[in-house]
Ligand binder design. Structure first.
Ligand SMILES: *Cc1c(COP(=O)(O)O)cnc(C)c1O
Length: 339
């Protein structure tokens, strides 16, 4: 039994999901003739109360398209210092859109309206880049799966409106937030200009993301996606995986959250653990006492067939997911208890 707690992206499609994909009706999506993609785009847009959606091969491409939509070269976006759009998209913001990032020192990957207001460059002061976009992440990835309060997002939106800024949500793991905080996706739809969501994380689809926005923005996004090489043909097979995932794997995210909390509870009892960050969803970040080595713990767990990852700076990360089942969980808890 190999137990991989490195990421929720490692899940493989189940037989049922593959069967559902196999039966999808497809067409050429570049000609907008794939009925399954059209069904998914309309369904997710309705779910979030937004006008339109566009299917993407990756969350990175969906975020990069959003940045391109909302900015001009030379401008600046505001994000948390841990933001995926800054750290993990290959420098795409500067490459694709020619924008710089103003990074804020947030809390667990989350920023406040007050911080945003303080980071906007005076548009009259032409020496500085023009601030044009704010990007937030929910749940936060490097921030440890933390979830925003809707109230704070509404406040940031007010700051954006008052300063003529666009507001984008990197909602790769929005599903985890919706389940953990019992939030209504339509509330998010009301706040943001664009939202990206991933089907390939906790939901367990092999690939796929979506960008949501107004009809006008999504029409422009279609051209940007084409320029980035993301126009796809009979991609309904993949959209079908997302439809299956939403129908079958959304509510069960609560199990991932419960298991992450149970692992955290065991770690908290261990003398070799210095601290465990609060667990809200499926990501758990902890650090070891100074005289204990990360590499050694990772190696010892590996010998027990359990893989976890290091985030550097003495932080370790565990991510629970669809393919981490109860038998594995029981074994992990027992193994950690004995360490
Ligand atoms: C996974 C993820 C993405 C998308 O990454 P891809 O590797 O392109 O699928 C975007 N934002 C966050 C916060 C993520 O965790």
């Amino acid at each position: 039994m190999e137990i991989n707690l490195i990421s929720d992206t490692i899940t493989k499609p189940s037989v049922e999901m593959l069967q559902y994909m196999f039966n999808a009706k497809v067409g050429d999506d570049v000609y907008k003739q794939d009925p399954t993609v059209i069904e998914l785009e309309a369904g997710i847009a309705t779910m979030f109360g937004m006008e339109a959606g566009l299917f993407f091969p990756s969350g990175t491409m969906a975020n990069q398209t959003a940045i391109k939509l909302h900015t001009q070269p030379g401008e600046q976006l505001i994000a948390d210092k841990y933001a995926h759009v800054f750290h993990y998209e290959g420098g795409g913001a500067s490459f694709n859109s020619g924008v710089s990032c103003c990074l804020l020192d947030g809390h667990r990957g989350m920023i406040t309206a007050e911080q945003v207001a303080g980071a906007i460059n005076d548009p009259e002061f032409y020496h500085s880049p023009l601030t044009s976009l704010v990007c937030v992440e929910n749940t936060t990835n490097k921030g440890g799966g933390a979830c925003y309060e809707l109230e704070e997002l509404r406040k940031i939106k007010q700051v954006c409106d008052a300063n003529n800024l666009k507001f984008h949500l990197d909602g790769a793991r929005i599903w985890n937030a919706l389940v953990a905080k019992r939030q209504d996706p339509k509330e998010f739809g009301k706040i943001f200009d664009t939202i990206s969501v991933c089907f390939s994380k906790g939901l367990g689809a092999p690939i796929g993301s979506m960008l949501l926005g107004s009809k006008a923005d999504i029409k422009r996004a279609l051209r940007i996606r084409k320029m980035l090489g993301g126009g796809m043909r009979q991609v309904g097979y993949l959209a079908a995986a997302a439809i299956f995932a939403l129908e079958n794997n959304l509510e069960r995210l609560a199990e991932d959250h419960r298991r992450a909390k149970e692992i955290a509870a065991v770690l908290l009892t261990k003398h070799w653990v210095a601290s465990v960050e609060p667990v809200e969803t499926n990501i758990l970040i902890f650090s070891l006492q100074p005289n204990f080595s990360d590499e050694l713990l990772i190696e010892k767990l590996k010998q027990k067939n359990i893989s976890i990852s290091s985030m550097g700076n003495g932080k370790l990360r565990i991510v629970t997911h669809l393919d981490y089942r109860q038998v594995m969980h029981t074994y992990v808890l027992e193994t950690l208890q004995k360490f």
